[in-house]
Write a protein that binds this ligand. Structure first.
Ligand code: BES
Ligand code: MN
Ligand code: ZN
Length: 493
């Protein structure tokens, strides 16, 4: 999608559709009031007639307005003026983009960036707008024989009443559109069925991305290489599968200096049957989404390649398929991790931590400034935080605080849970250094406690996206979270 900032007077601008906001109780934002004047109060009359009240997301189309050079006006409700915060603003933009595509419009002039939104500087307005619009054109088609109608919106002009905001808004747009593209990549990978999206597919996609972008280098380690590195824990997860497990390592080098990188590590279980500790059948299809952490890593690397910031980032994907078979790991088996710790696999369904721990040891070689892992790790996190907040657990208060703040900044919220000593003893094992499950209580925390045993050498945070990575029901599909949060963190740290 192409974004252009316009500051010329509105009456001179030609467009297929001018998007104007209206507050609840018919209050008009400044720009809308100006246009209303040009239209000899046509908008006020529409509001007086009660056709639209200005409730958030409500909208109507006005055809052939006389007095401006727009073929249509899309009047969109903004809700209460005093309540227009970032979240509501983003929601209004999502609906705007949907409506424009529904009417098959190719271009539009959007005046919403001229609004004032609570606690939101101009660059963030541009960022939220571009992200929403870019994300709104994603459609899943890969495995449908009849491809759906393509979204039409291609060219979006943004009207700014205040010319001095131009460069800030431009900066935000560049970030937002890169993030939107990254989210689309994460959603597509998440949505792909497990007979298409395999560990090898991740490797191929990462290599293809590196081929298109000079700043990115990709290496894909297979099982033999991982065996040599001593990754007995990661490998044990794929024993029951005919798909080869892979460790994908992507190095984005935007800065020439030797700046230490921030590292992101994604759980890439391309299908999680539970293994010998087999899951029940209901909704098991959703376990194709068990690679959404990995998808968010590839999505973030894609966004970095689009934006080209001068930073160094390493993205790692730990990928395997968790299947039962005569060769699969059994409950009670003991495996040895790359770090040397032995692990009693009491439940083969707690496999995410088994692939992550070896990847977390592997990344020590990069002397990371910080390491963030992203994983659909525990059903307990869905119970605790639902589909709203991503679970955040960390061994470093500064890092946790930053991630929390950034998550609020970009409407991709996370909420911290504790990992204190008291929980660690739930992982005691009679037959190994550590067990891979910690009992019925505090499942999200004990999973993070397990990971914390492997992350002592750098500031580390864990994002449990089990509840936020995909939607269920009619809108079933991957969300692209937490690409916005990861990008915000990487760009500002
Ligand atoms: N991938 C699942 C977690 C999950 C379940 C995410 C449902 C989203 C929805 C993970 O591998 C898993 O099975 N975790 C177990 C851990 C348990 C055996 C300690 C869980 O949460 O039940
Ligand atoms: Mn599992
Ligand atoms: Zn899993």
């Amino acid at each position: 999608m192409n974004f252009t900032i316009k500051t010329a007077p509105l009456q001179n601008t030609t467009t297929s559709c001018m998007v104007l906001g209206v507050f609840q109780n018919k209050a008009l934002p400044e720009v809308t009031a100006q246009v209303d004047k040009l239209l000899k109060k046509q908008l006020s009359k529409i509001l007086d007639a009660g056709d639209i009240t200005g409730a958030s997301g409500q909208h109507i189309i006005v055809h052939n307005p006389v007095g401006i050079r727009a073929k249509r006006i899309l009047l969109i409700g903004l809700g209460k003026k005093s309540a227009l915060n970032r979240k509501h603003f983003a929601n209004v933009l999502d609906i705007t983009a949907q409506v424009l595509n529904k009417y098959s419009l190719i271009d539009a002039l959007v005046t919403l960036p001229s609004l004032s939104v609570i606690d939101t500087p101009a660059d963030k307005l541009g960022q939220i707008l571009a992200q929403s619009f870019e994300n709104s054109v994603y459609r899943y088609n890969f495995t449908k024989s009849k491809k759906g109608k393509k979204p039409t919106l291609k060219k979006v002009d943004l009207y700014l009443a205040d010319k001095t905001q131009r460069s800030a808004v431009k900066k935000g747009i560049d970030i937002g559109s890169a993030v939107g593209k990254g989210m689309a990549v994460a959603r597509e990978l998440g949505n792909l069925p497990a007979n298409f999206c395999t560990p090898s597919y991740f490797g191929e996609q990462a290599q293809a991305l590196a081929k298109r972008n000079k700043a990115l280098k990709t290496r894909v380690l297979g099982e033999a290489q991982m065996r040599r590195l001593g990754m007995g824990s990661l490998l044990s997860v794929g024993y029951g599968s005919d798909e080869e497990s892979k460790l994908v390592v992507m190095e984005y080098k935007g800065s020439t200096d030797k700046a230490r990188p921030n590292v992101i590590v994604g759980k890439g279980i391309t299908f999680d049957t539970g293994g010998i500790s087999l899951k029940p059948g209901g909704s098991m299809d959703e376990m194709k989404f068990d690679m959404c952490g990995a998808a968010s890593v590839l999505g973030t690397m894609t966004a970095l390649c689009a934006l080209k910031p001068k930073i160094n980032v390493i993205g790692v994907i730990a990928s395997a398929e968790n299947m039962p078979s005569g060769r699969a790991t059994k409950p009670g088996d003991v495996v040895t991790s790359m770090a040397g710790l032995t692990i009693e696999v009491l439940n083969t369904d707690a496999e995410g931590r088994l692939v992550l721990c070896d990847a977390l040891t592997y990344v020590e070689r990069f002397k990371p400034k910080s390491v963030i892992d992203i994983a659909t790790l525990t059903g307990a996190c869905v119970v605790a935080l639902g589909g709203v907040n991503t679970g955040l657990l960390s061994n470093n208060d500064t890092l946790a605080e930053k991630l929390f703040q950034h998550s609020q900044d970009v409407n991709d919220p996370c909420w911290r849970l504790p990992i204190s000593e008291d929980y660690q003893k739930q992982l005691d094992s009679n037959f190994a250094d550590i067990a891979n499950i910690g009992g019925a209580k505090a499942g999200t925390i004990t999973a993070a406690c397990f990971l914390s045993r492997f992350t002592g050498n750098y500031p580390w945070a864990h994002l449990d996206i089990a509840g936020t990575a995909w939607l269920q029901g009619k809108a079933k599909g991957a969300t692209g979270r937490p690409v916005p949060l990861l990008m915000e963190y990487l760009l500002n740290n």
